[in-house]
Write a protein of this length. Structure first.
Length: 154
């Protein structure tokens, strides 16, 4: 009987380790999928900004989303964000940004994105800077922005 126990005990540990590895593998896969989704959403957002599509630009925010822009008080909620984006999109020039990093929380419910931006005025004078966007996964599985923060390099 003792010999049988010495065979079963390692098999149990092997099974436990296999289950843990499968769970960790799924978690890593889900996080990679979520990162890809956020990167794709950012590309859509950049395109919407370039097209000056107000509705699409605002659609990336959660209902309680906030924007913290340089020289401005915190802009809170969809109505305020819509008003701010409306002014912003009416400004001549262009604005582009590029994702440097997306990090998904272990829970899979929150993520942050960092990157750089460039704003060009019609006279070709440009301003470069960096940003942080905090994303929250919604109950329907979509990602929405809850915090949007940027500032110029100089």
């Amino acid at each position: 009987m003792a010999a049988l126990g010495s065979i079963i005990a390692p098999m149990r540990w092997t099974a436990v380790l296999a289950v843990c590895a499968a769970i960790w593998g799924c978690e890593a896969s889900n996080r990679a999928d979520d990162e890809a989704k956020i990167r794709a959403l950012t590309k859509e957002w950049v395109a919407a900004e370039a097209a000056k599509d107000l509705d699409k630009c605002v659609s990336f925010y959660a209902d309680t989303g906030e924007r913290m822009a340089t020289g401005s008080p915190v802009i809170k909620g969809k109505d305020a964000l819509r008003a701010e984006w409306s002014k912003y999109l009416a400004t001549p020039g262009s604005f582009t940004w590029a994702t440097a990093k997306v990090d998904i929380a272990r829970s899979g419910e929150m993520a942050y994105e960092t990157g750089t931006f460039e704003m060009k005025a019609p006279d070709e004078k440009s301003t470069r800077g960096k940003y942080v966007i905090v994303w929250r996964k919604q109950s329907n599985g979509t990602w929405k922005v809850v915090e949007d923060i940027d500032n110029p390099d100089s």
